[in-house]
Design a protein around this ligand. Structure first.
Ligand SMILES: *Cc1c(COP(=O)(O)O)cnc(C)c1O
Length: 413
């Protein structure tokens, strides 16, 4: 297992109803340190993309490391304020124009405009001089079209060919565009980062007042044994070189901001659950483990058909091939599909399991507790636990009470 010890798993199932999310404070801090330590040309700022996991304790661990935050909605911004971030440390780069724009601007929360209309809306309220904009850089997208965050099939940011229009709006309202924000994919190599830095600095060049490039291309992070984590240092060195070159050519020292979400939490979390039943489709076909978790706690797997390491905790010396499924009456509640292909069921070799054995899902990281298909089939929201630096296990979110699932319903019949 990634960080959980067998004894801790036993302690957890004895004291809490499963499933349970478990985080490691040490791992979270280490991930933040990795980011703070990388080489940059002039200056860099790290923003935690808090949609990855928004529990107040996770936010505070990162705030204590002096990370800033990137929010995907005004509600996340208010949640960050509640976790003691200063307004000026918060940026909203969401798709939706905040309804409370005026209040947020009054507080001095920063907004990244993701459409021309948003630039005007910000100006109208505050007559703000400094505006940040998100650009869709175009570029060929190899991701699934429907999930791409850039390119012609994506509504994220202002398409790069509209840059003359952004400048027209800026001139008309006497605004200065000081930060260019570009976010694309999440798994990459040093070469792809340097290529992007080149293209994106060309966008910066077109804005005379731009002092910061907020670029995010993510990194390949290994979760499964067949994957390899990108070399952070190599990536950042090559990016820093591009910023140096740009400075030599133009005399402009551009500051760098990065916005990791997934990377900061990816391998710092696991889900501890139990084998609820074991069934098969006759001896020639498949043997299934039905776990008492899945899309309710780990929806991202169901959405994107990724794979996660699975461990059965028992003393069995025998292995068996299983298809692992969840507890929802829903067709996507299967873990062991082929990578990115829901049509092909695969098996995994695990310790021969019995009912009520502990089953641990590692790399359950980001976009799970924060994204969960909460209350589907009326399963309550799961516990969240934190293993602290001194190895104590503390609750950081309680399991939801059954009646809280329907407490907002209004009975009119
Ligand atoms: C989600 C998001 C991120 C984080 O992406 P990861 O792939 O989790 O690292 C960064 N920036 C913005 C604007 C985002 O929406």
């Amino acid at each position: 297992m990634n960080f959980l010890k067998k004894e801790q798993a036993h302690f957890i199932v004895e004291n809490f109803d499963t499933p349970v999310y478990v985080y490691s404070e040490e791992k979270l801090e280490k991930a933040a340190d990795d980011f703070l330590a990388f080489p940059s040309a002039f200056w860099h700022k790290v923003r935690y993309a808090m949609k990855a996991n928004a529990n107040i304790n996770i936010l505070k661990i990162f705030r204590n490391k002096w990370l800033k935050v990137d929010c995907s909605s005004e509600f996340e911004a208010f949640r960050a304020l509640n976790a003691w971030f200063e307004p000026k440390e918060i940026q909203i780069s969401g798709q939706e124009t905040p309804h409370d724009l005026e209040k947020l601007l009054d507080l001095w929360v920063f907004i990244v405009a993701t459409s021309l209309e948003q630039i005007k809306a910000i100006w109208k309220i505050k007559k703000w001089i400094k505006i940040w904009v998100r650009i869709n850089p175009g570029m060929w997208s190899w991701a699934f079209k429907a999930i791409s965050t850039w390119g012609e099939t994506s509504a994220f940011g202002i398409w790069h060919e509209y840059i003359p229009d952004i400048k027209k709006v800026a001139d008309k309202y006497d605004l200065r565009i000081t930060k260019i924000h570009i976010h694309i994919w999440s798994e990459n190599t040093p070469e792809s980062w340097t290529n992007s830095a080149n293209i994106w600095l060309e966008f910066v060049r077109q804005f005379d007042d731009a002092t910061t490039l907020d670029m995010w291309w993510g990194f390949k992070m290994a979760i499964m044994p067949y994957e390899k984590t990108a070399d952070l240092q190599a990536i950042w060195k090559s990016v820093a070189q591009k910023f140096e070159d740009f400075y030599k050519e133009t005399g402009r020292k551009i500051k760098l901001e990065v916005e990791p979400g997934k990377y900061l939490v990816i391998n710092s979390c696991c889900v501890v659950a139990k084998v609820n039943s074991i069934i098969d489709t006759w001896k020639d076909w498949y043997k299934f483990i039905r776990a008492n978790t899945w899309m309710t706690e780990m929806p991202r797997v169901a959405m994107y058909w990724v794979q996660q390491p699975i461990t059965i905790i028992n003393d069995s010396k025998e292995k068996e091939d299983y298809v692992v499924v969840g507890h929802c009456c829903e067709s996507g509640d299967v873990l062991t599909t082929k990578l990115y292909d829901q049509e092909i069921i695969e098996t995994v070799s695990l310790n021969k399991a019995s009912i009520w054995d502990i089953i641990v899902f590692d790399g359950t990281w980001a976009y799970n507790a924060s994204m969960s298909m909460k209350n589907y089939n009326s399963f309550p929201e799961a516990w969240e636990l934190l293993i602290g630096d001194s190895w104590e296990i503390v609750e950081i979110r309680k399991r939801q009470k059954l009646k809280d699932i329907w407490k907002n319903e209004i009975e009119v019949i």
